[in-house]
Structures are given as structure tokens and as C-alpha cells.
Design a protein around this ligand. Structure first.
Ligand SMILES: NC(=O)c1ccc[n+]([C@@H]2O[C@H](COP(=O)([O-])OP(=O)(O)OC[C@H]3O[C@@H](n4cnc5c(N)ncnc54)[C@H](OP(=O)(O)O)[C@@H]3O)[C@@H](O)[C@H]2O)c1
Length: 303
């Protein structure tokens, strides 16, 4: 399908953009009146809803079908108390899709936009701001750090100039954890984004303790192992002992991560509004305690 211009998207009939109410029918915890789980951003104390949206691969093409899906997912996020949207300059057209979904609908102030640059390049920054149709980002991250000496000097200047409210770094390769550790130590960014899931817990040993020490907020990328965890439990019911805190497998996997108070927010990726609502259910109701988290790990390791 051909890409839509912003104007073409703006004049799509309302019915085409409306969120299908049935598609948002959600597990019990998403509808619960239990208070939202939020976490403070250590640098400021600002509270952030603990479940957000990741946009890698899902919104790559700025076509009508993608815009409709993205519109429904963003509505589901906001309607269920979420705020954080994580994207990147390199996620295909995702920044453009998000700008086209968020800004014409007047939703900019309702979302916390995190994007990433490959390098401290002002042209890349301008492109992201243009595509997201915003003058100010909430979080600007240096994507996939790999060199322990990488500097955030330009990011700090941009933050001082008001281009972003927070700065951060990301990595999802264990081989680059030494670079993450070094940069956390010498640059002290406001955020670190790292891969952390119930079946990949390397970050617990190295990154989470250091992030707490340098007071960096933690975002967990790939919380479902890019869908690997759902494949591992396919056809299995949620165990009885988990049903006191989770109403679905997605909530089980996300609540394991949120059970660690050093995690600020999880950012599962989805192009499906029903999945978004399900994921946001992890932001309500009880979290597993230390014993339950150990049991969850044993269960996943036994699969
Ligand atoms: N280096 C970095 O900085 C870096 C690297 C990787 C990822 N990230 C960030 O982390 C985010 C999350 O990672 P990811 O998207 O790669 O992987 P993920 O969140 O671990 O898994 C996404 C997969 O889970 C499925 N899913 C989501 N919710 C579901 C639900 N409730 N029930 C069943 N299936 C569900 C999605 O399919 P559906 O679309 O069908 O829901 C998709 O296939 C990215 O989107 C990106 O923002 C950052």
C-alpha cells in the first residue's frame, strides 16, 4: 500500500481511525480500579506509568493500515493510563507514524516520547523532531552504545537548550554491557534502556545495581524476548499460583520485571490494541513478591 501523506491521514474518515471497542476487550486487571503502578524517575521524582509501548518493527511503514493500528494502540495506551512510547530514528517510519497519530489528535501532552539517535548528529536530531512533529522530546537516548568512551556531551547541551527533558543510553547486546557500565559511570544519564526478561536476567547482576547507584531510571527493552516467551508457554494455562497477580501470560512476564523496584518501566512492543490493553493490565493489582518471583523463574526454566 502506498504511503499516506500527513494531509491524507488527517482526512481519513473518523470511522477508519476509530478504535474498535471490541478489540479493546481486555483481561480483568486492565479494567481494574486498582491504582496504577507508577515509578519515580530518579533525576526528578516525576512519576511515570510503569508499562509503556515499544515500537521497533511494528510501525515501519507509514501506510494506512499501519496508521490505523498505531492509532488504536496509542489510544489503548492512553485510555488505560499509560504514557511512555519508545521509538528510534532507525525504526523505519515509526517516528513519522507516531507524529501523524499523536499530534493531529491533540495527544502530545498525554504521552512521554522517548526516541533514539545513532550518534550525536544534529541533522539526525532535526529529522526525528520533524517526524515526531514536536519541538521537545521527553527522552533522547543514544542507541546501542558500544564504546566505553562514548560521550553524551552533545545530548547534555541539547537538554540544556530544552530540546529534551531527559537523556539516556540503550543496549540490548550483552557484549556491550561493559560500555553501558562505563558510560553510566562517567556520563550519569537520566535513563538506561537494557534487555531484561524473565528468561534473560543478565541485567539483574550488572546493570540494575549500577543504575540504582547512579540514579538512572531503567527501561526494559524486549521484555517478551521478542515474543520468545509466548512461544515457550503456548498451549499452557497460567498456573493457579500466579493468578493472584496476573490475568494473562503477558502480565505474568511483565510483572516479573516490575517486581524489581529498580525497574522504572517496561516497554513491550505491539501493533495490536488488544495486546496493548493486556500489557497495561500489568500496571494494576499486586506485584509478585521475592518468593513468587523465584517460583516464576523456576517455572520458566522448567519449560
Ligand atoms: N537497542 C535498543 O535500544 C532496543 C532493542 C530492541 C528493542 N528495543 C525497544 O524495546 C521494545 C520491545 O522490544 P520488542 O518489541 O523487540 O520485543 P518484545 O516486546 O519482547 O516482544 C514483542 C512481541 O510480543 C508480541 N506481543 C506483545 N504483547 C503481547 C501480548 N499481550 N500477547 C501476545 N503477544 C504479544 C508482539 O506481537 P503483536 O504485535 O502481535 O502484539 C511482538 O511479536 C521495542 O519495541 C523497542 O522500543 C530497544
Amino acid at each position: 500500500m502506498a504511503a499516506l501523506t500527513r494531509r491524507q491521514f488527517a482526512i481519513l474518515p473518523a470511522a477508519a481511525l476509530a478504535v474498535d471497542a471490541a478489540s479493546l476487550t481486555s483481561p480483568a486487571f486492565a479494567q481494574s480500579t486498582a491504582p496504577l503502578i507508577t515509578r519515580p524517575i530518579p533525576a526528578t521524582g516525576e512519576s511515570l506509568p510503569a508499562v509503556g509501548l515499544g515500537t521497533a518493527a511494528v510501525f515501519d511503514a507509514a501506510d494506512a493500515a499501519t496508521l490505523q493500528k498505531a492509532s488504536a494502540v496509542v489510544r489503548a495506551l492512553i485510555d488505560n493510563g499509560g504514557k511512555l512510547i519508545d521509538t528510534a530514528s532507525t525504526y523505519g517510519d515509526a517516528e513519522r507514524v507516531l507524529g501523524d497519530v499523536i499530534v493531529p489528535a491533540g495527544l502530545r501532552e498525554k504521552v512521554f516520547i522517548a526516541t533514539k539517535l545513532e550518534s550525536p548528529d544534529v541533522e539526525e536530531l532535526k529529522r526525528s523532531l520533524n517526524r515526531l512533529q514536536t519541538a521537545k522530546l521527553d527522552l533522547l537516548q543514544l542507541h546501542n552504545v558500544s564504546n566505553p568512551r562514548q560521550s553524551l556531551a552533545a545530548f547534555k547541551t541539547w537538554k540544556a537548550q530544552g530540546v529534551c527533558r531527559y537523556i539516556g543510553i540503550t543496549s540490548t547486546f550483552h557484549g556491550t554491557f561493559p560500555a553501558v557500565e562505563a558510560i553510566l559511570g562517567h556520563e550519569k544519564p537520566d535513563f538506561v534502556q537494557i534487555d531484561y526478561s524473565i528468561d534473560d536476567r543478565e541485567a539483574e547482576k550488572r546493570i540494575l545495581p549500577l543504575a540504582a547507584e547512579v540514579k538512572a531510571a531503567v527501561l526494559t527493552a524486549v521484555p517478551f524476548g521478542r515474543g520468545r516467551l509466548f512461544r515457550a508457554v503456548r498451549g499452557r494455562p497460567l498456573p493457579d499460583w500466579a493468578q493472584s497477580f496476573a490475568a494473562s501470560w503477558a502480565q505474568f512476564f511483565l510483572k516479573y520485571l516490575l517486581g524489581d523496584p529498580r525497574v522504572t518501566a517496561v516497554i513491550p512492543g505491539t501493533a495490536d490494541a488488544t495486546h496493548m490493553t493486556d500489557n497495561l493490565g500489568a500496571m494494576r493489582g499486586p506485584l509478585p513478591d521475592a518468593d513468587q518471583r523465584r517460583r516464576m523463574v523456576q517455572f520458566v526454566e522448567s519449560l
